[in-house]
Design a protein around this ligand. Structure first.
Ligand code: GCU
Length: 423
């Protein structure tokens, strides 16, 4: 009997495994604009009962329902009870970056009953007595990869293997120190009067499908249903936890915190910005499917593909929409609209077709309607701008040459956008 049960379980495990492999091999992304299906975007300025939204008050009423819908059907609902946060240690270095910057490394402990996690936050700030605006965003492989500065701590948490960075066995080490420094132009950001705050996303929730047993999920117990939160919602919560800390940091202007992220971390930044209105600006760098891009276009990465490859990113309800995008009760332009009226930047790269640059742009165009309701101009253009021709209103968009990455060109635009809205 027991033997039979083991055989049956093994059979199902093998079937699941081969299904995943087969799916991954079969999937051929559509990169042909003429094959994008016809679709109707859900209306932005309409209550779910069909009544029109005519005022900011109406929008705010609708906004809560829309946010809940995104949570239940896509990113997942976060458990209600709160967790404790404690600042364990702050290590300061007054002369970082050759004397240009104040560096702080803050160890935050998040705790619930007997479970706790530690977030290691790296801050680089201009040396001034004034409180400064900051950019807050995750890094992919640990704080130490952002700079050659040997005082930056190395995470003990699981990291994704990456032979190019010398990361094997899911363990970070000094070989990867500074390897991604090109993504973090600390000197230039500081010279422009901004601070930069970053942490490793795996400190909040390691990015693999572990059945939600580790990371921040573990602080909330094991009870789950089809609407429960996935990793993107967990990373969004981590950003809000850091915001809780920044609100009290003597060097930071907490009214001018721009949350940003590249790719999967751009998806997390958008969801964090939608949920937490303390983020005064939101920047999505190539966030693609499940981020800024319109899901109904099915261009590049699709819902079926993202849910199969990354089953832990979203609530399991989201899988209902695999190959069934038209059944979605919303689309990603509505996620962007949840950020209104705060300044929002959406950026793409030409060779990053997987993230559907046009879908990201169209989403920003559509979201502009809600900015206009707030008396703002949204994105100033309706036609996709040429490469390296950023367009900036309350919503900004650019597309740059090159691949899926966050580069100095992107940062230059984000700094200009911050100057436009924060100065
Ligand atoms: C994969 C994934 C994307 C994601 C990207 C990244 O390509 O399919 O959805 O944005 O990884 O995070 O780099």
């Amino acid at each position: 009997m027991v033997f039979m049960k083991i055989i049956i379980v093994l059979f199902f495990m093998a079937a699941f495994f081969f299904h995943q492999i087969a799916y991954a091999q079969e999937f051929v992304p559509n990169y042909n604009e003429t094959l994008v299906p016809e679709y109707n975007l859900p209306k932005l300025l309409q209550f779910s009962n069909g009544e029109p939204i005519l005022s900011i008050d109406d929008w705010n009423k609708h906004r809560s329902a829309l946010k809940l819908n995104f949570a239940q059907q896509m990113y997942g609902v976060v458990p209600k009870h709160s967790i404790e946060m404690q600042v364990i240690e702050i290590v300061e270095h007054q002369n970082a970056l050759n004397g240009l910057a104040l560096q702080k490394q803050i160890c935050l402990q998040l705790k619930q009953n007997d479970h706790s996690i530690m977030l290691n936050v790296l801050m680089l700030l201009p040396k001034t007595n004034k409180k400064v605006p900051v950019f807050l965003g995750y890094n992919f492989y640990g704080n130490h990869t952002t700079s050659n500065d040997s005082s930056i701590f190395i995470t003990n948490n699981w990291v994704m293997n990456n032979p190019d960075l010398g990361i094997n066995s899911n363990k970070a080490g000094s070989v990867s120190r500074g390897k991604l420094a090109y993504r973090w132009p600390f000197d230039e950001v500081i010279q422009r009067g901004y601070g930069m705050v970053t942490l490793y996303y795996g400190d909040v929730d390691p990015d693999f499908d572990d059945g939600f047993k580790n990371g921040i999920h573990a602080l909330f117990g094991n009870e789950r249903d089809s609407a429960s939160w996935g990793s993107i919602a967990a990373w969004a919560m981590g950003l809000s936890a850091v915001m809780d800390y920044l609100a009290d940091d003597a060097n930071v202007d907490a009214n001018k915190v721009a949350v940003f992220g590249h790719s999967r971390l751009g998806k997390a930044a958008l969801w964090a910005g939608a949920l937490d209105q303390r983020f005064a600006m939101v920047i999505s760098n190539s966030s693609g499917c499940g981020g800024a891009a319109i899901s109904r276009r099915q261009y590049g990465e699709t819902l079926a593909r993202i849910n199969t490859r990354f089953p832990h990113w979203f609530a399991s309800n989201f899988k209902k929409y695999n190959n069934n995008e038209n059944a979605l009760p919303f689309d990603q332009h509505q996620l962007l609209a949840l950020i209104a009226p705060r300044p929002l930047y959406v950026a793409s790269a030409v060779d990053d077709r997987w993230a559907d640059p046009k879908g990201e742009f169209l989403s920003a165009v559509a979201a502009s309607e809600v900015y206009r309701l707030h008396g703002l101009n949204g994105l100033p253009v309706n036609e996709m701008p040429k490469v390296h021709c950023p367009s900036m209103g309350a919503i900004a968009y650019h597309i740059r040459e090159g691949k899926h990455d966050i580069l100095w060109y992107d940062w230059q635009q984000y700094l200009n956008f911050a100057d436009m809205h924060f100065r």
